[in-house]
Design a protein around this ligand. Structure first.
Ligand SMILES: *Cc1c(COP(=O)(O)O)cnc(C)c1O
Length: 411
């Protein structure tokens, strides 16, 4: 009889979004005329930049000609894309990242999960709380945790709370942890990390032999010039950090699929015999075995992100979402709510008023304003008492939702 990976049974069965759907449907059934606006989504809404579309159309034509047709590409990605990323995203910011250290993939979600393939099962693992659920669930699947409790906390993981009290930057742990997940600008809180904060993490990791998984999916939303876009802007990071980046949130590739992971060749971890092994070699081996590269067409689309037109179009796209975030911040503040994030990130993190729970605030907002957001408690126990509003929406929806909140919502 075949058996299963029992770790999957420990997973909280995708509680958050199904529960939101259930409550929204119940409200819609009871109030058939209500025009519900959804500000809960973590997906982009605006169309792909023209430069990327044109590059992909041309790439489709390349595939129709024997002379330019492409079969399997390099598992690590085409050199022309890796070179552009190395120069424009990293070297231009003073980071010592070589094209050979960049691995093109079909998503940061997959990469942040797959990276566990090359690490041992006995590492101590830390995540922030609240957190992007993928980091937690992939560790559960890999058998790195015990059971979860009602709040969604798993035995064996170390949770580092990020709340208004610590300005949404996790305190460096006092004990030793081997693997640390950091995401800045942060989903869901919209908070950022200063160079000093990242330096403290890099120093911690280098002194404990830990590896930092740095998720920079939202780096393009950084508007404050003093903030680092890459962890490799921090001295010492090449010895302790893997960085994940994606074209999903800067160029709207959530449905197109292209991302990248940087594994510096200077990064090592211990084998069972105590020797130091280069992680680059293991990740290269893993990708070459389990992955056959991203479509040529899509990689040409991603390359166009670095063209002059592409850069201008992406800048406009990000400005559009950040303006949505600014409207959300302004109107919610005017309604008497405490808001965080939304300046260098497309998410606004709201403190629920009068000690309401995240779900009570959810119900109140849909009842009074017919507006849907995401309860903070769904991202972790320390998200209780908070609420996420996404700036990924049309201007019309954002303005209408905020008008309803300022008109009708009474703290
Ligand atoms: C959206 C997002 C990503 C990007 O994931 P893709 O698989 O590249 O679309 C990565 N990390 C976080 C925290 C995100 O919110």
């Amino acid at each position: 009889m075949a058996t299963i990976n029992d770790n999957y049974l420990k997973l909280k069965a995708g509680y958050l979004f199904p529960e939101i759907g259930r409550r929204v449907n119940a409200f819609a059934d009871a109030n058939p005329d209500a025009k519900i606006i959804r500000l809960g989504i973590g997906d982009v809404t605006e169309p792909l930049p023209e430069a990327c579309r044109n590059a992909m159309i041309k790439a489709v034509e390349d595939m129709g000609d024997r002379a330019t047709f492409k079969g399997y590409g390099p598992e690590q990605g085409y050199p022309w894309l890796r070179e552009k990323i190395a120069t424009d995203d990293f070297q231009a910011r003073g980071c010592e990242v070589d094209a050979s250290e960049i691995f093109i993939s079909d998503g940061s979600k997959c990469d942040t999960g797959n990276i566990l393939d090359i690490f041992g099962d006995n590492n101590t693992i830390a995540v922030t709380d609240p957190v992007y659920p993928v980091y937690v669930d992939t560790n559960v699947m890999a058998g790195h945790t015990g059971d979860g409790n009602k709040k969604g906390e798993y035995e064996g993981l170390i949770y580092l709370p990020i709340t208004a009290e610590n300005n949404f930057t996790a305190q460096i742990p006092s004990q030793k942890v081997d693997l640390i997940y950091l995401c800045f600008p942060n989903n869901p809180t919209g908070s950022t990390a200063t160079k000093e904060h990242l330096k403290a993490w890099v120093d911690y990791a280098n002194s404990h032999g830990s590896i930092i998984f740095f998720d920079a999916a939202y780096e393009a939303y950084i508007t404050d010039p003093s903030l680092p876009h890459s962890i490799y802007e921090i001295e010492g990071a090449r010895n302790c950090a893997i960085e994940f980046r994606s074209f999903s949130k800067n160029a709207g590739f959530t449905g197109t699929r292209c991302a990248l992971t940087v594994v510096p060749k200077t990064l090592t971890a211990k084998a069972a015999d105590g020797s130091d092994v280069e992680l680059w070699k293991l990740w290269n081996r893993r990708q070459a075995t389990k992955f056959n590269g991203v479509s040529y067409i899509i990689q040409r689309g991603a390359e166009a992100v670095y063209s002059e037109e592409g850069k201008a179009q992406i800048k406009a796209l990000i400005s559009f979402y950040l303006e949505n975030a600014s409207i959300i911040r302004e109107k919610l503040t005017a309604a008497g709510l405490a808001v965080y994030g939304g300046i260098n990130a497309p998410y606004v993190w709201v403190k629920t008023p009068n000690g309401l729970s995240s779900w009570d605030f959810f119900d109140k907002l849909i009842d009074t304003c017919n507006v849907v957001g995401t309860p903070g408690s769904g991202f972790g126990a320390a998200g209780e008492g908070y609420f996420r509003i996404s700036a990924f929406n049309s201007r019309e929806n954002v303005e209408e939702a905020m008008k309803r909140i300022t008109d009708k919502f009474k703290v």
